[in-house]
Write a protein that binds this ligand. Structure first.
Ligand SMILES: *Cc1c(COP(=O)(O)O)cnc(C)c1O
Length: 417
């Protein structure tokens, strides 16, 4: 049978993997939705479980030979329940976006109204951006943040009373503050709306006990597993028992086909990691590191959206602060070996492809073991790169210094293809 390895057979792909590994090892990864999984997670992800078809759910599969797949999926579910205090869990969603789509189809009818956060205030594309098909099928209306950068609960309640949504949706990609789930649940109860939280970005902080947990309170909670939760690229839905049947039917057969069991095994490994006491320390350090960066940017005169951060990320108005666009800042930082992303700020007067802000976060650097002292240095480099965005020599110098720092925090010292 097979005797060839990647090394023997496909040097092109192997070379690309090695170049990407080197990029990850020698740069500063500050995109707040990214992280580095453990070698154990990688092992499960690259396992022979990818070979198996297992449409259906444990004990009720459409295919034979699923007894060991059932063990894997059942373990993933029980660990997720323990981690978040969930009544029911579906670990089959292929990623965060399909998890959200399955929830909309499972719990709503076409034409129903969903009240979600304005996208420039931190909402996600899958929360009804006009470019998505979901926006053609459901009626999305929007609440905003207030001048202090908090979710505007008065505005949210008024919108709920005016529009009588079937669902109220919280959970964000660029919002940096804590969320008061009880208050939102009270508004939803007043108008008879289902409550949905999308914790894709902050699931690891919740699992580590460092942010409020909506799972015991809300009807349904979706997440990705690859952001702060530090598992493989994938999605998950948690819900109250009364929605369990509707959610499971929506994921399969309503929307997806066969589950990716190698991915589900890797989720189970990541959940076990997140159940260890060290993960609490990790989640705590993510927040401390974000606060350390916040202090640097405040000291250097940057405008921080939402007034700062309670979580792992910062949204910075670089255009108002230093007269450079988000796109220009992203390009300059790339040249300096620091990866961030350009991002809209609330009610951004600029266009999405060249917005006023950048978004950056600490989950990946914290995984490498960096702490407040490194954040001070990193914040300083980011400022230097932004105020010298046109000076390629200076940016190259920063990149050299960045590389030196990363050598002290090796990422995958034992990983060899
Ligand atoms: C990242 C994210 C998603 C989408 O996840 P994908 O895995 O990229 O499909 C959905 N919702 C929120 C809030 C996110 O941040």
């Amino acid at each position: 049978m097979y005797t060839h390895s990647l090394k023997d057979f496909d040097s092109d792909i192997l070379a690309s993997i090695k170049r990407e590994q080197d990029r990850q090892e020698t740069g500063l990864e500050m995109i707040p939705s990214e992280n580095f999984v453990s070698p154990a997670v990688l092992q499960a992800l690259g396992s022979i479980l990818t070979n198996k078809y297992s449409e259906g759910y444990a004990g009720k599969r459409y295919y034979g030979g699923c007894e060991f797949i059932d063990e894997v999926e059942t373990l993933a579910i029980s660990r997720a329940k323990q981690l978040f205090g969930a009544e029911h869990v579906n670990v089959q969603p292929l990623s965060g976006a399909p998890a959200n789509v399955a929830v909309y189809f499972g719990l709503l009818k076409p034409g129903d109204t969903i009240l979600g956060m304005d996208l420039s205030h931190g909402g996600h594309l899958t929360h009804g951006h006009p470019v998505t098909y979901m926006a053609q099928i459901f009626n999305f209306v929007r609440y905003k943040t207030n001048a202090e950068g908090k979710i505007d609960l008065d505005n949210l309640r008024q919108m709920a009373l005016d529009h009588k949504p079937k669902m109220i949706l919280v959970g964000y990609s660029a919002y940096s503050r804590e969320i008061e789930y009880e208050k939102i649940k009270a508004i939803a109860d007043e108008v008879g709306a289902i409550t949905m939280a999308d914790i894709a970005h902050i699931a690891g902080l919740i699992a580590g006990g460092q942010m409020n947990n909506p799972v015991p309170l809300f009807d349904v909670v979706t997440t990705t597993t690859h952001k702060t939760l530090r598992g493989p690229r994938g999605g998950m839905i948690m819900c109250q028992e009364k929605w369990a049947k509707a959610i499971d039917k929506a994921v399969f057969p309503g929307f997806q086909g066969g589950p990716h069991e190698n991915n589900i095994a890797a989720k189970a490994v990541a959940f076990k990691e997140a159940l260890q006491p060290e993960f609490k320390d990790y989640a705590k350090q993510i927040k401390k590191n974000a606060k350390a960066l916040e202090a640097v940017f405040n000291a250097k005169g940057y405008q921080l959206c939402f007034g700062g951060t309670d979580n792992h990320l910062l949204l910075i108005n670089v255009f108002e602060s230093k007269g450079i666009t988000g796109k220009e800042a992203q390009i300059a930082l790339d040249k300096a070996g620091i990866t961030v992303n350009k991002n809209m700020i609330p009610d951004d007067p600029r266009a999405p492809m060249d917005p006023s802000g950048i978004r950056l976060g600490t989950p990946a650097l914290t995984t490498r073991g960096m702490k407040e002292a490194e954040m001070k240095q990193v914040g300083d480099w980011i400022n230097q790169a932004i105020i010298n965005a046109k000076d390629d020599a200076k940016l190259a110098n920063i990149k050299t210094e960045v590389k030196e720092l990363t050598k002290k925090f090796p990422l995958y010292p034992t990983l060899n293809y």
